[in-house]
Write a protein that binds this ligand. Structure first.
Ligand SMILES: C[S@@+](CC[C@H](N)C(=O)[O-])C[C@H]1O[C@@H](n2cnc3c(N)ncnc32)[C@H](O)[C@@H]1O
Length: 557
């Protein structure tokens, strides 16, 4: 899984403070946040200062909602990542709506964390906390994915859980086979915000330490420039066949085949032609093949005892790559080191765009365990989802071999346009060289001058087409410019859609898992592009209507 630590580390420094005039909550934007300047601008636009306080004595029952709205709005802005920041202001400026489900949850969870740190002002904090939990609950109700259990866990999963429990695992989850995702973890009881779904002893986690303790370490040290990840990969290729391995039950529980994009056959690759994922997949596979060729057969010839040729075929190398790409997590250990790990039992957690578990990734030094706390409730029997990070469907397809069921706000289509020199604009967030679009269904603003399209892109093209024009006005020159901008966007994305070809020509009867997935991905990309074209079309109708009115008024004088 992705860099869980970076993804899940709150970018705030949040605090509960006390001075003479009372006890207060502060949500500060971290100075280390690379997006701090843009976020600061957004905070200012919304009327917030850099470190506003919310005094707890101000929070009386009827008032709690207004206070919480302000805190949440602040928290949401602080938690924006670059993609959300690019699209976000459009949502917030118009309706004060969500930036995205995960961001909203992060905002709420972060505010909630503050409340637990304080001993005084219990009533105020309690009412604030209750309201937050209520909102998280409502949010969860709207974002529940139905899981169909296919069958109960088999011996290999049960043995693994038993082994981990013998080493101290505490689990409130039940492993089972779920429809469309292999194994998954279901809540064994009703779980609430803050409950620990899993607590995993560090002793069962597979990390680089095991490589250093093995006989391979000395050989691997001699290889120039070899990464820790490759060392782990090579170690796991042999360890999976070691009948005396301490991790035998873990390796026994892994699938024989991973079915990620890296294993796509020719037909599936052809079906992906002209999609965003095509190049990414091709390059990833080329890269892995050249890495493999650099190491083998040389290592097996020089050290046949440690790198037996039967365990180090290309197919097995690819299997290990898929294992590490789809199952590893980055964890900060009690010694403070960030390590890429395989985590038995936690590896059964599936991903969701709207997950239950967001904040994990730092082992607890006191208990020497890794905890997976819930950021939103999960009812008994419901599947408990983890966030693998803010990942696009292209990435999930390539490295994990699935596409999320829910709309994914990180499914963006990038557009490389040089930023026009004069398009820095008054809006801090617009001075970007990388523009992008995503499905217009994520946009809260489909009105004139927005059309559900990203404002930075529109502003860029407006300025590039007619520099110095006062945009977003109902004046003739501006409206004519607007038509040109919409036509340009339509041409760019219409061309991309054409390249994807006719969906009726896709081989939908094909039974192969990879071809099916490839076609599903292509359909997704088509629907994003179609939504952009529809936005341009309806936008054009709106603008022409306004232009007609404008010209009629001019004629009337
Ligand atoms: C860390 S493992 C999770 C456990 C996995 N389901 C299993 O049976 O081992 C990651 C893999 O689970 C599957 N997966 C995760 N989330 C999924 C989802 N939302 N839908 C379908 N498959 C998913 C993908 O095959 C992915 O490569």
């Amino acid at each position: 899984m992705e860099d869980s630590i970076e993804d899940h580390k709150p970018s705030t420094s949040s605090n509960v403070g006390k001075i003479n005039d009372g006890c207060f909550l502060v949500l500060k934007l971290s100075e280390d946040d690379p997006l701090s300047e843009k976020k600061m601008k957004l905070l200012r636009d919304k009327g917030f200062g850099p470190s506003d306080r919310v005094y707890l004595h101000d929070i009386s029952a009827p008032d709690v909602n207004a206070k919480l709205d302000a805190l949440l709005e602040r928290a949401r802005i602080i938690h924006l990542n670059d993609v959300e920041l690019y699209f976000g202001p459009m949502n917030v400026d118009t309706k004060g709506e969500l930036f995205g489900p995960c961001n909203d949850l992060k905002g709420a969870a972060q505010v909630d964390i503050c409340s637990e740190e304080n001993k005084g002002y219990i009533d105020s904090l309690k009412s604030l906390r209750d309201e937050i939990v209520k909102r998280i609950h409502n949010f969860g109700e709207k974002n529940t994915l139905k899981t169909k259990m296919v069958k109960e866990a088999s011996d290999s999963e049960n043995h693994l859980v038993q082994w981990a429990e013998n080493s101290g695992l505490k689990s409130k989850l039940q492993i089972a086979y779920v429809e469309g995702a292999g194994r998954g973890a279901l809540a064994a009881e009703d779980l609430g915000v803050g409950d620990i779904a899993l607590e995993i002893p560090v002793s069962v986690i597979i990390s680089e330490d095991l490589v250093y303790e093995s006989d391979m370490a000395q050989i691997l040290e001699k290889i120039d420039g070899i990464s820790t990840e490759t060392k782990l990969l090579l170690w796991s290729m042999r360890e999976r066949h070691n009948i005396d391995s301490n991790y035998k039950l873990y390796f026994d529980s892994l699938p024989e085949q991973f079915n990620t994009g890296l294993s796509f056959g020719l037909e599936a690759l052809m079906a992906l032609d002209e999609t965003l994922v095509s190049d990414e997949l091709f390059q990833a596979k080329e890269h892995l093949r050249s890495e493999y060729d650099e190491l083998f057969p040389a290592l097996s010839i020089s050290y046949p005892d440690s790198f037996s040729p039967e365990y180090y075929t290309w197919e097995q190398y690819l299997w290990a790559c898929e294992l590490w790409y789809s199952n590893s997590m980055k964890i900060v250990f009690p010694d403070g080191k960030l390590k890429t790990c395989l985590i038995p039992v936690a590896g059964f957690l599936n991903h969701s765009v709207c997950p239950h578990i967001l904040h994990y990734g730092r082992a607890d030094a006191e208990t020497n365990t890794l905890k997976f706390p819930l950021s939103r409730p999960c009812k008994k029997g419901e599947q408990c989802y983890l966030s693998y990070g803010n990942l696009s469907s292209a990435h999930l397809l390539t490295f994990y071999g699935f596409l999320p069921q829910e709309p994914n706000p990180f499914d963006i289509i990038p557009l490389d346009i040089e930023a026009a020199p004069d398009c820095s604009s008054e809006e801090g967030y617009l001075d970007t060289a990388t523009h992008m679009v995503r499905g217009t269904w994520f946009s809260a603003n489909q009105d004139m001058f927005h059309y559900g399209l990203p404002l930075p892109l529109l502003e860029h093209l407006r300025s590039a087409t007619n520099p110095g024009l006062k945009t977003m006005t109902l004046l003739q020159e501006n409206l004519e410019n607007e038509v040109t901008v919409l036509d340009n966007i339509h041409a760019i994305f219409g061309n991309m859609l054409d390249k994807l070809g006719d969906s009726n020509m896709d081989d939908r009867k094909n039974e192969k898992w990879d071809v099916k997935l490839a076609i599903k991905y292509k359909d997704l990309q088509r629907s994003i592009l179609s939504s952009i074209l529809t936005a341009c079309y309806t936008g054009r109708v709106m603008v022409l209507d306004a232009l007609e009115k404008c010209l009629a008024e001019d004629v009337r004088g």
